[in-house]
Design a protein around this ligand. Structure first.
Ligand code: PRP
Length: 186
């Protein structure tokens, strides 16, 4: 089993690069069909969703535009603080078909806030594409139109997801192996 360490924490691979690629191709193909003539605007939620967004948008391969939005709720902690801070959306989304791109929906607080802010601008349509969703952790009910993987409550890193800003560059996704410390792995 592939493992990765950050300080005293050991993470084990749970989704490899090929499995991630296949799931992205699947969801991108759906987007390509459903938005072929809609010139959607993708709103990428920084920083975690950067990697997923680039691969998803390129794979969809349809005329579109792209904006970024910065959301922060975790700081360096492993659990959401519950307080979500958002940057301004630097685009006009009124009458546009909007797809918000997230890396992970955990409690759903971040996404709920983002969707509420965007809805005020009266987009023509508003949907979500997420790489990962943790249904057992959701505190709000959200419609995730394009979702690559539903997963358990484990803390994950890799492919854009971080622990204290580390691990984003990994091509696979790794889960914190709570049973193992770095000393035990050797
Ligand atoms: C993560 C993730 C989502 C949010 C999900 O962002 O990218 O935006 O938390 O959690 P929630 O569903 O409980 O609200 P984070 O605050 O870690 O910022 P980052 O993307 O810059 O790492």
């Amino acid at each position: 089993m592939k493992t990765y360490r950050i300080e005293d924490k050991v993470f084990s691979e749970v989704l490899d690069a090929e499995t991630i690629r296949e799931a992205i191709r699947r969801e991108a193909a759906r987007i390509a069909v459903e938005y072929a003539d809609r010139n959607p605007v993708f709103i990428v939620v920084l920083k975690g969703a950067m990697f997923f967004a680039i691969d998803l948008i390129r794979e969809a391969g349809i005329p579109c535009s792209m904006e970024v939005l910065s959301a922060k709720s975790y700081g360096n902690a492993m659990q959401s603080s519950g307080e979500v801070s958002l940057s301004q959306v630097a685009t006009h989304v009124g009458d546009r078909h909007v797809i918000v791109i997230e890396d992970i929906v955990d409690t759903g607080n971040t996404l709920q806030k983002i969707l509420a802010v965007l809805a005020e601008h009266k987009p023509a349509s508003l949907r979500v594409a997420t790489l990962l969703s943790k249904p057992s952790m959701h505190k709000v009910k959200l419609d995730l139109h394009y979702c690559c993987f539903e997963i358990g409550p484990e803390f994950l890193i890799g492919y854009g997801l971080d622990f204290a800003e580390q691990g984003r560059e990994l091509q696979s996704i790794y889960a914190l192996n709570a049973a193992l410390s770095a000393e035990q792995v050797g």
